[in-house]
Design a protein around this ligand. Structure first.
Ligand code: BT5
Length: 244
């Protein structure tokens, strides 16, 4: 049985000590007609990343899925993913860790570029309107790095304040701020991004794009300056080719 997490947030919170995946639980709630919920778990047994990659979800991390029904067309959904990345980055910085965003949604530690957090967005939409949107956030907060992949780190390991409740609360508050004003997301995202100005290699569904990342465009596309001109990349896995 779910118990309240006690966040002071504009979303009803459902807390579970352990779930397979908070995104899957949020989807059940969405299908039942719910909205404005946050599902939080203490740990996950089947945490998912993008493209069905696994997400290590040991106890001590923050695993949260926000369910809402923004009055927007499905094409605008990427902006909510960027908003979640901004929210996590801010929470990390407030916890004392210098976090940056790698396009589109990886939150890394500045310098080492080890991964602190990721975002998995899922939705169902009609032609002109999102029916439901689930923004799932996994953040390594009070976690020992031995429980994480080699490329990962945690707020605790970086010397930050590992108060999970506060971290989660700040994520929800910031996400809500941009949910109600999605156009404000991009300036905030640019401010925190480490990808802009960098040489990148992006694996897109349509092939590899290499060049300099020059900007991000609404609702979240990366503009890459290639030898053959500017390419607008809507989705893909991005790799920074050289250290900053
Ligand atoms: C992501 O995928 O970064 C999105 C992760 C979203 C997880 C949240 S937790 C709450 C909600 N419920 C879910 O089931 N999911 C969401 P992607 O960009 O595909 O990155 C996945 C890759 O990151 C993996 O292939 C690993 O290399 C690495 N990885 C796995 N677990 C990690 C962790 N805890 N910290 C850092 N990196 C990790």
């Amino acid at each position: 049985e779910a118990i309240a997490f006690g966040l002071d947030a504009p979303y009803a919170v459902e807390y579970h000590d352990r779930l397979p995946s908070t995104n899957d639980r949020a989807r059940e709630l969405a299908v039942d007609g719910a909205t404005d919920r946050v599902v939080v778990a203490g740990e996950q047994t089947g945490g998912r990343g993008r493209l069905d990659r696994p997400w290590s979800s040991p106890s001590g991390g923050v695993y949260a899925s926000l369910l809402c029904r923004p009055e927007r067309p499905p094409a605008h959904v990427p902006v909510f993913t960027l908003a979640a990345a901004v929210a996590v980055t801010r929470a990390c910085r407030e916890a004392g860790v210098d976090a940056v965003i790698k396009w589109p949604n990886d939150v890394l530690v500045a310098g080492s570029e080890r991964k602190l957090a990721g975002v998995l967005t899922e939705m169902e939409g009609e032609a002109d309107r999102v029916s439901w949107l689930i923004v799932g956030i996994g953040a390594n907060v009070d976690v020992d790095t031995t429980d994480l992949p080699e490329t990962a780190t945690s707020v605790r390991a970086e010397g930050g304040n590992a108060d999970r409740r506060r971290f989660c609360q700040r994520i929800v508050e910031t996400f809500h701020e941009y949910r109600t004003d999605p156009e404000a997301t991009l300036p905030a995202w640019r401010e925190h991004a480490v990808t802009l100005g960098r040489a990148v290699r992006v694996e897109t569904p349509g092939g590899v794009v290499e060049g300099e990342a020059v900007d991000v465009e609404f609702p979240g596309a990366l503009v890459v300056r290639t030898a053959d001109g500017d390419r607008v990349v809507h989705a893909g896995d991005c790799e920074h080719l050289r250290p900053a």
